[in-house]
Design a protein around this ligand. Structure first.
Ligand SMILES: [Zn+2]
Length: 193
């Protein structure tokens, strides 16, 4: 009942207070940002970015992973294509987070034998393992979370239309890591967004 009660409460109290926003959105959406983050329940994209409905287009999956283009991951690829080619977003933000279980799984692939689909999925970030190979045990996890975000920015640049838009100055890519425990955000790239 938690979800149904929440929907009712939203309908009765929040929706009326935001009616101008929702009425405007009936005409369409023009978000400036594609926000790519983890499915982790501790991340609430609109809450942590203080954005309203209509302001961020969102992709979520375990580990905020962007597969390279042409790998058949159409749920991600098609959504990036729509954001960049149809919605013409100006920013793509890849948001990793502290204590990410997907990245933890990547660092211990043997522990994912009972979750074969998860294992195959996180292996799309396997290049992270080389980047943290020299880290000590204490820093390996946090550094892998950062390296995982940066890897997805590299993967995004392999999409022809992303690279073309970035080269033209119409699109900027950004990487951040959000720490839900403290609210701190690590900005891994420069730029305003
Ligand atoms: Zn995660």
């Amino acid at each position: 009942m938690k979800i149904r009660n929440g929907l009712s409460k939203f309908q009765e109290t929040i929706q009326p207070s935001m009616q101008p926003v929702y009425s405007e959105l009936e005409n369409g959406q023009s978000p400036e940002t594609l926000f790519i983050t983890c499915s982790d329940s501790r991340i609430s994209p609109n809450l942590i970015t203080q954005t309203d409905p209509g302001e961020i287009f969102v992709i979520r999956n375990a580990g905020n992973i962007v597969p390279k283009p042409g790998t058949g991951e159409l749920a991600v690829e098609g959504t990036i294509e729509y954001a960049v080619q149809a919605l013409k977003v100006k920013h793509i933000v890849v948001c990793g987070h502290a204590k990410c279980g997907a990245v933890g799984g990547l660092l211990d692939l043997g522990g994912l034998d009972a979750l074969p689909a998860v294992k195959e999925w996180v292996k799309k970030s396997e290049a992270v393992l080389e980047k943290v190979a020299d880290c000590d045990e204490a820093s390996k996890g946090p550094e892998a979370i950062k390296a995982n975000v940066m890897l997805q920015l590299d993967h995004l640049m392999e999409y022809d239309y992303v690279k073309a838009a970035v080269d033209k100055g119409d699109l900027e890519l950004h990487g951040i890591v959000y720490n839900f425990g403290s609210g701190e955000v690590d900005y891994l790239t420069d730029g305003e967004f």
